[in-house]
Design a protein around this ligand. Structure first.
Ligand SMILES: NC(=O)c1ccc[n+]([C@@H]2O[C@H](COP(=O)([O-])OP(=O)(O)OC[C@H]3O[C@@H](n4cnc5c(N)ncnc54)[C@H](OP(=O)(O)O)[C@@H]3O)[C@@H](O)[C@H]2O)c1
Length: 290
């Protein structure tokens, strides 16, 4: 660490919400360690914002331990970890590819667990000198089951339980845990406007910088849980808790446009590290959920 430099590790930083978070953090003086699988795009962003590049598949526990060892060697204190890397899994539980169910758990849920545990020595070191933060990028799909993306919602429910449990376990340690729950956000893997069938749901789609602001605000203003945007998603989460059948029926009625959901007999959308040129947004360019 150089002087008073604050170190942030941001996973899934090569695109979408993670990229927006890294840009916002860098603009506020943080030095970002950028993590994703696609090295080219990380390099391009790092050159722009003065960050560091660490290619890694967060679903691979051994790779995450090696990643943490490299980061901690350079930065014994890590002031902020943003667990943002994630993939979609569109389709209900009767149609979604079985390997995709496992993969979405490995990346969206376990990836954050592996990163948090592996970087804990750095977070504790920062906590001893002023405090440290963990942000978990969950989703409204972690609070209300969205049947058209059932496996995604299940992974996000697990991630939410992880985030809340971690917050309780770390109380008093100097490491604050923040949970951010976005609704639909327009990104490469989640091209919401193109795939959502309901014009009502499409009306509430937001852009990544709005989520990035919510993340940085959560850290700076010490907010435990933030839903972005608050309306209509917070009331939906409350309704899920008190009227699960009504919300289940509503979610079951909403769906994706025909042709935008892979059938179990079709190959899954590419889950490879992305190249420098972003794919064009189309209903077929990836699966979606919230
Ligand atoms: N967009 C939405 O509507 C929405 C709503 C609520 C919550 N979220 C959550 O927000 C997070 C970011 O999603 P996004 O919409 O910004 O998607 P995105 O634009 O597709 O970005 C996903 C990022 O995660 C990285 N990534 C994917 N798999 C990875 C792996 N195994 N290891 C390391 N990095 C990996 C990707 O880079 P590589 O492919 O190069 O690895 C990319 O940088 C996810 O957790 C998602 O569930 C999204």
């Amino acid at each position: 660490m150089v002087g008073d430099e604050r170190i942030a590790v941001v996973t899934g930083a090569s695109a979408g919400i993670g990229e927006a978070i890294a840009r916002r953090l860098a603009a506020r003086g943080w030095r970002c360690v950028l993590v994703a699988r696609g090295e080219d795009r990380l390099r391009a962003l790092a050159a722009e914002i003065g960050g560091e590049v660490e290619p890694c598949d967060v679903g691979d526990r051994d790779a995450v331990e090696e990643l943490a060892a490299r980061i901690l060697e350079r930065h014994p204190a890590v002031h902020l970890l943003v667990n943002n890397a994630g993939i979609p899994a569109r389709g209900n539980f009767l149609t979604v590819d079985l390997d995709r169910i496992r993969r979405v758990m490995e990346v969206n849920y376990l990836g954050g667990v592996w990163c948090t545990r592996a970087l804990m020595p750095g977070l504790r070191a920062a906590a001893e000198h002023g405090g440290a933060h963990v942000v978990n990028l969950v989703s409204v799909a972690g609070t209300a089951a969205f049947a058209p993306a059932g496996a995604y919602a299940a992974a996000k429910h697990a991630q939410l339980a992880f985030s809340r449990s971690l917050a309780a376990a770390l109380r008093g340690s100097g490491i604050r845990v923040h949970t951010v729950l976005p609704g639909f956000v327009e990104t490469e893997s989640f091209p919401q406007k193109g795939v959502l069938k309901s014009p009502l749901l499409a009306m509430f789609v937001i852009q990544p910088p709005r989520v990035a602001k919510a993340v940085v605000d959560a850290v700076e203003k010490d907010k435990a849980e933030v839903t972005v945007p608050w309306f209509p998603y917070r009331p939906i989460a409350v309704a899920q808790a008190v009227m699960p059948r009504v919300v289940g029926r509503f979610a079951g009625m909403s769906d994706y446009r025909p042709g935008s959901v892979p059938m179990s007999t079709e190959p899954e959308p590419e889950d490879n590290a992305r190249s420098l040129s972003p794919p064009t947004h189309s209903a077929k360019s990836g699966s979606t959920s919230e």
